[in-house]
Write a protein of this length. Structure first.
Ligand SMILES: [Zn+2]
Length: 353
């Protein structure tokens, strides 16, 4: 819990991942031989193949460090801070939230709306647009202008908490995936291939960090680790995954169809090791999987998912048992990836069409 709590409670919206990268870099250095930071800010930890035959075949893991955020576009004469979205917010989940504006110092603010008493019938039933929302720092405009500039960012202020059997907080998407990657690599024995573990940037604004990482690493197999919407939350239409029922092997979403060979392999690995597992198949959403799959000449790509309720809100929630199952599954996949053999072709040498 200590590491997950630190990862979740650290702030790092898309494009401003430096603080969370500091935490991840120290952890990656602990479980890898070398850690590198690329030009965009993604971190890549590497471990050379345990076998001579496996050298040159790369298993690339990717979990994104960034979280949803807001970016300051202006300060009104009232002192209210105008913002635009960094990532896919549902504006309804921002109303009445406490946020932190990362200006010259860290300032706490609220996203307020007019009280219900003053709203007419029509306005009461309407969801706000993100452009209508402002952050109130409780300070006069001249003081706000001293402390906050256009381009500063804001994040949700919601530390990790336990509720019943679950843990809840902001940015579990995808710090819980970063946690699974770190702990999966830590728990794994020797990897027969070259192992690269990447904490990527800017996933929430379009899988950007994973693209450059995959281009550089030229993976033979790429595995993203990210959350997936569980089917058991209020208002969900049923079907899909359930919290507490294990690691989710992702078959498909709107951005990628997982490699069939890899899906079957991950299922076999989970079955052999007695790891509770389930499947996520949906026509919506997306993860770094797509960026891994389509980089260069492409690779066999898949995704291990942590089922989650209330994604992209301040009360994202996951089950620790599922997190543990994902760690076990990932570490077993790392140890056994060589068994995929010719089922997944290596990328052609650089320069070849
Ligand atoms: Zn995510």
């Amino acid at each position: 819990m200590r590491l997950l709590r630190t990862l979740v409670n650290t702030h790092g919206p898309s494009g401003r991942e430096e603080d969370v990268a500091d935490v991840v870099r120290a952890e990656l250095a602990d479980v890898c031989d070398a850690v590198e930071r690329d030009a965009m800010g993604s971190l890549i930890g590497r471990r050379p193949a345990a076998t001579r035959a496996g050298r040159g075949s790369v298993l690339l893991l990717a979990a994104h460090m960034d979280e949803l955020g807001l970016l300051v576009t202006g300060i009104e004469d009232t002192g209210f801070v105008r913002v635009i979205a960094l990532g896919g917010w549902d504006p309804r989940t921002l109303v009445s939230q406490v946020v932190l504006v990362h200006g010259r110092k860290r300032l706490r603010g609220v996203v307020g709306t007019p009280p219900v008493h003053v709203l007419d019938e029509q306005a009461r039933g309407k969801a706000p647009k993100i452009d209508d929302l402002v952050i109130d720092l409780g300070l006069p405009a001249d003081r706000v202008r001293e402390l906050v500039r256009v381009g500063d960012v804001a994040t949700r202020d919601r530390p990790l908490q336990r509720i019943g059997d679950l843990v809840t907080g902001k940015a579990l998407d995808d710090r819980v995936g970063v946690f699974v990657m770190l702990e999966g690599v830590r728990a794994a024995g020797a990897c027969p291939w070259d192992l690269a573990a990447a904490a990527t940037v800017q996933e929430e604004v379009g899988l950007r960090g994973a693209r450059t990482v995959a281009f550089r690493e030229r993976p033979r197999v790429g595995i993203a680790i990210d959350t997936c919407p569980s089917g058991d939350g209020p208002g969900m239409k049923g079907g899909g995954t359930r919290l507490g029922k294990g690691a989710a092997i992702r078959i498909m979403d709107a951005s990628a169809i997982g490699s069939r060979r890899l899906v079957e392999f991950m299922e076999a690995v989970a079955r052999d090791a007695g790891i509770p597992h389930q499947f996520h198949a949906s026509g919506r959403g997306g993860t770094d999987t797509q960026a891994l799959q389509l980089a260069g000449t492409g690779c066999a790509a898949g995704c291990i998912s942590i089922p989650q309720r209330y994604g992209h809100s301040s009360v994202e929630a996951v089950h620790p048992g599922d997190v543990e199952a994902c760690v076990h599954l990932l570490s077993a996949v790392i140890e056994r990836v060589g068994e995929l053999g010719d089922a997944v072709p290596p990328p052609p040498p650089p320069g070849e069409p």
